[in-house]
Every structure is written in C-alpha cells, then in structure tokens.
Design a protein around this ligand. Structure first.
Ligand code: CA
Ligand code: CA
Ligand code: CA
Ligand code: CA
Length: 271
C-alpha cells in the first residue's frame, strides 16, 4: 500500500517540477528590463551611477533604474527601445565588471488551494508546519503547485487494489469509476461481457478464509477507502479532504478481507 502512495507522491512531485518549468515559459519576463549585478571596484567601493551607465553604454546601452540594497551591486537596468532582452543578455554576460545579468522574470503566486475544510490537516500535500505543531515546513509533495497546472481527469482510471472502497462515501462518490453497461444492465447478467457479472464499481476478488468472490467491492476494513481518498477524494467541494487528484475515476478492487488479510493470487486477479 505504501508503495502506491509513494508512487502517487512521485507523480505529483513531477507535476510540480513541470509546473515550475512551464511557469517561466508562459509568464515570461518584463520586456526592456534586466537585473544586472555589477562587480565591486578594486578599491572595494561600488561603482557610481555614472560609472555603471558608462559601462552599459560600452555595449548595448541602458540606464540603471533602481539599485537594490540587499545585494551589493544589484540593479534594475532599463534597456534602450531597440535592444531586446536576449541581445542585451548576450552582451552583458560577457562584460568585465558585471557578475551576472538575467531577465526580470515574471512570477505567479500559488492560487489553487481547495476549499475542503480538512485540507489544513493534509501536511503531506502542503506543509506549513501545522501537524504536528512544529512540523517541517515544505516537507510535502507540493500539491498546490501541481494543482496550478492540473487537478486530474475523469477519463484516467485509478485502480485501488486493497480492502475495497466505500463507493458511497460523500467525499468519494463523485470520483468513483462506474461501469455504465452494468449500472444500466440486467442483474445477474454480465452486460458488458467482460467475464464479471454486475461489476458496477469494480470487483471483490477476495477468497481468503473461504470467502466467495462477488461483484461488490465495498470496503469492510476502511483501509482501501483511505487510500482512495489520498489518490482521489473529491477536491474543492467544501467537503472533507482532497485527493492528489481532485477529479478522477477510482475503480474499487478488493482482495483484502475484513481483517486486512488476503493472498497474492487474489491481488493478481485484481490486476
Ligand atoms: Ca510545498
Ligand atoms: Ca461485467
Ligand atoms: Ca449486470
Ligand atoms: Ca473533498
């Protein structure tokens, strides 16, 4: 079970990395501006404004518009109208007297926080040190960063192979996979001809301790439901928690019995 949770974590971490890369592409940078850091002079002093502008005029030109105090020599440079950021970067980066130059990148604050009332308990998604008090800030999967890009898709089915799933749970029912052919079909008939009769929400493959297989994967141990919630509790629905995916289709496949015991053969059958 923990392997599956880890796998989900990897997915969302990957999403967050993609998110960062895409952000700088899609938001871009402020045209006509560069952040330029000037070297300290050999005598240990900073260049004067005139000296800085003079250095800039030796290449593309430009004017120092703002001097930061927190980083010695760091300035905002406004470029002449006919000079692109790209061209100025090439010139400035190879110029003696300049430590570095970079675009004035636009950035965007995280906005996609769900309204689920228990979201603040989910430190694995977004850790502000809230649980337990004094927890490690940002020891999490950066879920909000991922949600700025994507919150999931109904057409991607997530199979939860566990003790079953409470497919009636108020914070899961809208994200449960449904086999429409069986839902609208005949009882005791394999309507979609897939080898399983009445597999509406998934299937119960558990035979442990002499139990019979059947079409109802309702959770009777509560572990599979918790796993399903991590993967795909409905997000931003003002209810309970949220899953890594706000929207998804969870297929309930049961192989563990009501005492959380099962066997490998039944687990394979779920797959
Ligand atoms: Ca984080
Ligand atoms: Ca069927
Ligand atoms: Ca049927
Ligand atoms: Ca929810």
């Amino acid at each position: 079970m923990s392997n599956r949770i880890t796998f989900l974590c990897f997915i969302i971490v990957s999403l967050a990395v993609v998110s960062t890369a895409r952000s700088s592409d899609s938001f871009g940078y402020v045209p006509g501006e560069l952040l330029v850091r000037f070297e300290t002079k050999p005598d240990g002093k900073q260049r004067t404004l005139t000296e800085k502008n003079s250095l800039l005029s030796s290449v593309t030109g430009g004017d120092v518009a703002y001097t930061h105090k927190i980083v010695p020599g760091l300035t905002l440079v406004k470029l002449p109208k006919n000079v692109t950021v790209k061209d100025a970067l090439l010139s400035f980066q190879n110029l003696d007297g300049i430590i570095y130059a970079e675009p004035n990148y636009r950035v965007k604050g995280l906005s996609n926080f769900p309204d689920d009332p228990l979201f603040d308990k989910l430190w694995g998604m977004h850790n502000t040190g809230q649980v337990p008090p004094g927890g490690t800030v940002n020891a999490d999967v950066n879920a909000p960063e991922g949600w700025d890009i994507h919150t999931g898709r109904k057409d991607i089915i997530v199979a939860v192979i566990d003790s079953g799933v409470d497919y009636m749970h108020p914070d899961l029912k809208d994200n449960i996979w449904v086999n429409e052919a069986e839902l609208n079909g005949e009882p005791d008939v394999d309507d979609d001809n897939n080898g399983y009769i009445d597999d509406i929400y998934g299937y119960d493959f558990c035979t442990f301790g002499g139990k019979e297989r059947d079409s109802d994967p309702m959770d009777d141990y509560a572990h599979g439901t918790a796993v399903a919630g991590i993967a795909g509790a409905v997000g931003n629905n003002s209810e309970g928690v949220t899953g890594v995916c706000w929207n998804t289709s969870i297929m309930a496949l049961k192989f563990l019995n009501s005492s959380n015991a099962g066997d490998v053969n039944d687990a394979i059958s779920c797959i």
